[in-house]
Write a protein that binds this ligand. Structure first.
Ligand SMILES: [Mn+2]
Length: 392
């Protein structure tokens, strides 16, 4: 029987709320994963990208990952991966270093790709009767790459495709590629990049996204999914099941604040806090419209202090869905574009016309998700604009 692990988006080095404990949580999740693979004596491991949270991880993170990967190496469990969007910077990826010292195989290495006659031959490796091939998590022009991708299959019982892109079946609004663009002929599609656990079927084969191994941000905390990775088994038939790991518990509490004043909101928040022994994270999601006062009067640091006293690791109070009491402004704002509202707001704050121009450009750029290389271009653009406007 063939048995292997499929994990993704471990984001080593990530943290939330600038807490050391949260950085540790990501490491602990990864360690649990590695230990389970050793305990289960799996044949190999597949990681679908975003091993690290950043292309240049801190030394303490690198020491940790080397220690963990050495445990697998010692037990003869190979580690296959591809660089995810977070693993790669202008200077490449640290995964290359780990590959050079023999701790993993990077299936996204250029040696596995051969361009000829307008198509790209995709090569892979055979490990314990499984053919493995992969696509690194680059985004620019990725559809065109998938369109001309021709896997060069090798004789094996099972064929696994490792990739780091969101398919349209997982997210219809912002997919990297349409599901139908995946190369056909594989038995298991090991997905990464989409942090919410998701499964579907393509050409009679499962597409599986294990999701992130710890919650990278507040949105993920709201998914409320059990964290873990997949164990894939093949013995005549293919089977896969979730192997849970213990991640930091999150209490997600939505509070209807309709008709309350800031003081009453704080009281309601306090009532939701229960003595906790496992140091969970508390997210207080405030909704509705206040009767008087302003949402900025809600004392978030006081709530945090109270939560810590109750045994929580941290409390995050979100007021983005909470409205201030209705005013005439609400009525006039309704028919205006976001740009007009921003313009009026900044003018009221006393910004001059040329400063407004820069502010608008920055607001526009901040709304975009960018790769490190794109950030550099954006910084240059802003610097040039500043020079132009102020004639420096
Ligand atoms: Mn990720």
């Amino acid at each position: 029987m063939i048995r292997f692990a499929h994990v993704a988006d471990t984001h080593l080095g990530a943290s939330n709320f600038k807490l050391e404990e949260r950085e540790q949580d990501f490491l602990s999740a990864f360690q649990q994963f590695i230990d389970k693979c050793v305990e289960e004596k799996l044949d190999f491991v597949v990681h679908s990208g975003d091993v690290f949270d950043m292309p240049k991880p801190k030394n303490r993170i690198l020491v940790f990952v080397v220690e963990q990967l050495r445990k697998l190496k010692k037990e003869g469990i190979p580690f296959f991966t591809i660089p995810g969007s977070h693993d790669t910077g202008v200077d490449g990826t640290f995964l290359t270093v780990l590959e050079k010292v023999g701790l993993l195989t990077n299936l996204g290495n250029p040696r596995y790709f051969e361009k000829k006659d307008g198509s790209i031959t995709l090569k892979g490796e055979v490990c314990k009767n499984v053919f493995l091939a992969g696509m690194p998590g680059r985004r620019a022009g990725i559809k065109d790459v998938y369109r001309v991708l021709k896997p060069e299959f090798q004789e094996a019982k099972l064929k696994v495709f490792v990739f780091h892109h969101t398919v349209s079946d997982a997210n219809a609004f912002f997919p990297d590629i349409n599901t139908s663009l995946l190369p056909k002929g594989f038995d298991y599609y090991a997905g990464g990049h989409w942090h919410k656990r998701f499964e579907t079927v393509f050409n009679n084969a499962p597409i599986v996204y294990p999701g992130s191994l710890e919650n990278c941000d507040i949105r993920e905390m709201n998914y409320g999914q059990r964290k873990g990775f997949f164990i894939v088994e093949f013995d005549e038939k293919l089977k896969h099941y979730l192997e849970p790991i213990k991640a930091r518990r999150v209490e997600w509490v939505e509070i209807n604040c309709n008709g309350l004043n800031p003081e009453e909101v704080e009281k309601k928040c306090r009532e939701k806090m229960v003595k906790a022994s496992d140091k969970p994270l508390l997210v207080l999601k405030l909704k509705g419209r206040l009767s008087k006062g302003s949402r900025s009067e809600i004392n978030k640091s006081k709530l945090l202090e109270l939560a810590i006293n109750e045994g929580y690791l941290h409390a995050h109070t979100s007021t983005s869905d909470l409205s201030n009491p209705a005013t005439d402004l609400d009525l006039t704002i309704r028919n205006k574009s976001v740009e007009t509202i921003e313009h009026e707001y900044l003018t009221k704050k006393g910004f001059k016309e040329n400063e407004l121009e820069i502010a608008k450009k920055i607001i526009n750029l901040l709304g975009k998700e960018m790769r490190p290389s794109e950030i550099q271009t954006a910084q240059k653009t802003i610097a040039e604009e500043v020079e132009k406007i102020f004639e420096i």
